[in-house]
Design a binder for this molecule. Structure first.
Ligand code: GLU
Length: 466
């Protein structure tokens, strides 16, 4: 049975619906962002919904962390909902399904179901629930309940529909063979709801027009389309993106600690580096550092998402983070640099940014400017004459962008040194490092006095090495 993708709603409404049973990781950022980008593209609204019907596994600290992580990514939900506050709506839907003969009580224990499945498989049959519950008489049900059994409730799939099909925003024509599925349990013995029904009830009540989620939900969608049809005359459009796997092909679980959004933030990654990787990997768009979510929304859409798993390498985050910072203007980071005690204003940022992977690395370069120098390879005795000439010829202040060239030209003329033999000893003396920002730009920030002190110290160390 097929349904059309037409929506009665004038605008787009999407939702990201995590269960607060763990911390969000980079793989969960993918559906969150695909939904947000879709809303941005279409001027739609975005609902953040906590699927927290599992009372045992849901935790408030996870819920808080989800809100924090979503905000950190730059997603600003228009509406916030939690399923634990909407039980009355689900109870009403249960009543309607029962009245329509689509929800029936079952009394098997998990063990009994397991044994039944094993018997079916041993006989070469598919392990599908045999609908025994549907055939129980009222007297049999009463007897089971007298034994102390409580029912769980299954949705009666309409297997006469054959395949449920839809036009998927990512996967194109998609279909699920209803006859190959067991009637899904919607309500547990203790009366609590599994995710399947509340999700549909919410999507209907909240006017969700597009359900964008991972391809691990494709089969659910076949089932949920039948629940939509049983409860409403509206079925949303679906899009199932591929899910992130590690390079070795493993899925990411909520327990993948180091890749949780919280730990990536703590490790100093920029949200847009994480967002760029989380979205662009496994699409036909190149994986590059995109500066903001609006640009990302213009760069990629669901039709560019591949059907095969998106294998990603967390190490790619470093390169993306570095590229992002290299292209970041001072104004965007001024406050954060200030809070880290990094001075030097725009002039310093413009030379430091090409030499950092994470923003906090700017601190190290700022210390190179202000001193004291932390790292220092031993000086080479043969450099003593060069260092002496450098001290002798260091121009008076003010220093500007030309000072370095004037100075090193003079040293070259006096010592005959050139190229690396000229520049490396000076770089080591001035910064303690054999790499780093352009010295022409760094010299005015280091200033004459620091430069003089460092050259003097280096000369003493070169002399001591003789
Ligand atoms: N709570 C579900 C999950 O985290 C939501 C899936 C959906 O978007 O419908 O997988």
């Amino acid at each position: 049975m097929s349904h059309s993708a037409a929506t009665p709603h004038s605008s787009v409404t999407v939702r990201f619906a995590p269960s607060p049973t763990g911390y969000l990781h980079i793989g969960n950022a993918r559906p969150a962002l695909f939904n947000w980008l879709f809303a941005l593209r279409h001027g739609g609204s975005f609902i953040l919904r906590l699927d927290d019907t599992d009372r045992e596994r849901s935790r408030e600290d996870y819920a808080d962390a989800i809100l924090r992580d979503i905000d950190w990514l730059g997603i600003k939900p228009h509406r916030f909902e939690r399923q634990s506050l909407r039980t009355a709506a689900y109870d009403a839907a249960v009543l309607r399904l029962k009245q329509a003969g689509r929800l029936y009580a079952c009394y098997e224990t998990a063990d009994e179901l397991d044994r039944r499945r094993k018997r079916q498989m041993a006989r070469g049959l598919p392990p599908i629930y045999d609908r025994a519950g549907l055939r129980l008489s009222d007297a049999e049900k009463a007897a089971l309940e007298a034994e102390g059994r409580k029912p769980h409730w299954r949705f009666k799939l309409d297997e006469t529909a054959g395949h449920v099909t839809w036009d998927d925003l990512v996967r194109g024509h998609e279909s699920v063979d209803i006859g190959s599925l067991s009637d899904p349990v919607l309500v547990r013995e203790d009366g609590s709801y599994l995710y399947t029904l509340p999700s549909v009830v919410d999507d209907v009540d909240m006017g969700v027009t597009h359900v964008i989620r991972g391809d691990d939900h494709v089969t659910n969608t076949g089932v949920q389309i039948q629940i939509f049809q049983a409860l409403s005359d509206f079925v949303p459009v679906f899009g199932h993106h591929n899910t992130l796997t590690t390079a070795s092909g493993e899925g990411l679980s909520k327990r993948t600690g180091a890749l949780s959004l919280g730990s990536l933030a703590e490790a100093g990654y920029e949200p847009m580096a994480v967002a760029s990787l989380a979205v662009l990997i496994g699409t036909s768009a190149p994986v590059e550092a995109v500066p903001d979510l609006v640009t990302l929304a213009e760069t990629v859409d669901l039709s560019m998402v591949s059907k095969s798993p998106a294998r990603f390498d967390p190490a790619d985050l470093d390169g993306l983070n570095a590229k992002l910072l290299h292209a970041t203007g001072f104004a965007a980071v001024a406050d954060r640099l200030g809070a880290m005690g990094v001075g030097g204003g725009e002039a310093f940022w413009n030379i430091a940014r090409a030499n950092i992977v994470k923003l906090a690395d700017a601190r190290g370069w700022w210390q190179v400017v202000t001193g004291p120098l932390v790292e220092m390879a031993p000086a080479d005795a043969g450099d003593a004459p060069l260092l002496a000439a450098a001290i002798e010829l260091l121009p008076e202040e003010p220093f500007d962008g030309e000072t370095w060239k004037r100075w090193t030209d003079a040293i070259k003329a006096a010592t005959g040194r050139k190229g690396r033999a000229l520049f490396m000893p000076l770089r080591l003396a001035l910064t303690g490092l054999d790499h780093g920002p352009e010295l022409a730009a760094l010299l005015p920030l280091i200033g004459r006095r620091n430069t003089m002190d460092r050259l003097g110290e280096r000369l003493r160390s070169a002399a001591a090495a003789e």
